[in-house]
Design a protein around this ligand. Structure first.
Ligand SMILES: Cc1cc2nc3c(=O)[nH]c(=O)nc-3n(C[C@H](O)[C@H](O)[C@H](O)COP(=O)(O)OP(=O)(O)OC[C@H]3O[C@@H](n4cnc5c(N)ncnc54)[C@H](O)[C@@H]3O)c2cc1C
Length: 461
């Protein structure tokens, strides 16, 4: 018998509210002022802020399936203030004050998403509960201490070190030796947010041509399977799917991330694990596992699964193999042994975009009218708001605090050709798995295997 009663089908979030049928496909060749390819958070936020700044512009979106079909409707629902690429990494290439401004902009973006949802009656189950990062072995504890020591240089982060009792007072994760607590995170229901945003921009006259696939993007035009749209401004918001567009195969690697969700847990189960608030939860392993207590009383837990498919292919409907469900379930039970009998309702996966320098970017070229944003490496729920807003500023020709942030116009080199890409990425994740095993067996410090992996991959910060 399969461990999860359902797999694929995009995500639990969409299954719970019902997947929409694609609507308003492109009827043929068309014109607009702005055309945005991809109706995830990035594309929808850009459309939303354009409708505020320049309501006179005709904006159209092109979406291969339905709005929120990609990572935006499948993610772990962490509305966090994380700067992709790391503050220390940016501080090596940019003035410190600009990096601090970037962090503050991310903190403000968390508040902005919450405010927009409240203002427009989008019920996305948003609750601000901060983040608890638990350390469960000596090497993880060393990383927790290091993280807090480094965070002292960035006081707005508000990161504090907790002892095992203080951590257990928030959530009782087995074998916790220490934890880091950060205040700037809210849990959300991702699909409800993206559905609400799509309805909001449609109500403002933006057309979302669903069931319409872009084949190529060029200055002034997007060629789709249903016709060509000409526009002065063309924005690419395809993130983890970008490799499927002509000429973009090696721009951002599509990395998979997988999730499982439990059945609703009874009150006694919550009492046993002591998770009464809305903290988002993560451990400090290299394999990177994160969870939230969902608005409908379940635990949703995510991790890597199968990281990357040869040739940058993307899995469309999010199916995941039984062994990935099992791996994630085993992590859940190792955190919370009392949940050994909890049913797993659904398992799914999605793709996220990873640039070669592991830094997200927003870019717009005034001469060609081409813009893009993405490469969030799995931390885009908040960053897409800032990115979409910045794209809108740039298209509108407005110079704002956002348009000079360090991530604007980041240029990363292209990924290596195959088979190097496949070997490198799988090698990296194999190394992280080995490092986790070494550390679980009692290593006192972060394994050199993981440090070497970070160094070789260029993943620093
Ligand atoms: C399992 C998982 C868990 C995650 N958890 C978190 C989390 O907890 N917190 C966090 O901050 N981030 C998380 N992320 C990352 C976050 O979800 C993404 O960074 C964010 O949703 C990216 O939004 P986007 O709009 O740029 O891309 P997407 O939501 O992927 O949207 C891109 C859209 O473009 C469409 N598209 C692609 N190609 C074409 C084409 N050729 N023609 C037409 N349409 C096209 C797609 O169908 C899709 O709807 C997670 C990601 C995954 C996969």
């Amino acid at each position: 018998m399969n461990l999860a009663r359902r797999t694929g089908d995009v995500s639990h979030w969409w299954s719970a509210i019902g997947q929409p049928e694609p609507s308003d496909p492109l009827p043929g060749d068309a014109e607009a002022d702005v055309v945005i390819v991809g109706a995830g958070y990035t594309g929808l936020w850009a459309a939303y802020y354009l409708s505020e700044l320049r309501p006179d512009l005709e904006v159209r979106l092109v979406e291969q399936r339905f709005a929120g079909y990609g990572a935006s409707g499948r993610n772990g629902g962490w509305l966090s203030a994380t700067v992709t690429g790391g503050l220390d990494g940016y501080a090596r290439t940019h003035p410190r004050a600009d990096v601090a401004r970037f962090q503050q902009a991310m903190i403000d973006a968390v508040a902005e998403v919450i405010a927009v949802a409240e203002r427009h009656g989008i019920d996305a189950g948003i609750r601000r509960g901060g983040t608890l990062l638990v350390a469960r072995n000596a090497a993880q504890e060393e990383r927790a201490r290091d993280l807090v020591a480094r965070a002292e240089r960035w006081p707005t982060l508000g990161a504090v070190l907790l002892g095992p009792e203080e951590s257990a007072a928030r959530v009782r994760v087995a074998e916790t030796r220490a934890a880091v607590w950060e205040p700037h995170c809210a849990r959300i229901d991702p699909a409800r947010l993206v559905r609400g945003l799509a309805a909001l921009v449609r109500a403002r006259g933006v057309r979302i041509h669903e069931g319409t696939t872009a084949r190529s993007i060029a200055p002034g035009r997007v060629v789709t399977d249903r016709g060509v749209i000409r526009a002065r401004h063309v924005l690419r918001a395809t993130e983890g799917f970008t490799a499927g567009l002509d000429g973009e195969r090696r721009t951002w690697v599509p990395m998979n991330s997988s999730m499982i969700i439990t059945d609703p847990l009874p009150e006694e189960a919550w009492a046993a694990i002591g998770w009464r608030g809305y903290e988002t939860l993560e451990d400090l392993s290299h394999r990177y596992t994160y969870a939230q207590r969902t608005p409908d009383g379940r635990i949703a837990l995510g991790g890597r699964g199968y990281p990357y498919r040869f040739g940058s292919r993307t899995d469309l409907d999010g199916d995941i193999p039984e062994h990935t469900v099992r791996e994630l379930r085993d992590i859940l039970v190792s955190w919370f042994p009392t949940l050994a009998g909890a049913g797993i309702a659904h398992g799914w996966s999605g793709v996220l975009g990873v640039p070669r320098n592991w830094r997200a970017t927003v870019a717009y070229d005034r001469d060609s009218g081409l813009g893009w944003a993405g490469g969030y490496v799995g931390t885009g729920v908040t960053a897409t708001n800032l990115a979409g807003r910045t794209l809108a500023d740039l298209v509108a020709g407005e110079s704002t605090d956002r348009t000079t942030l360090p991530w604007v116009d980041q240029r990363a080199r292209r990924w290596e050709p195959e088979p190097l890409r496949w070997l490198g990425i799988h090698g990296l994740y194999r190394a992280y798995g080995i490092a986790d095993r070494i550390e679980t067996r009692g290593a006192a410090r972060t394994s050199f295997v993981a440090r070497l992996g970070d160094r070789i991959s260029g993943r620093t910060g």
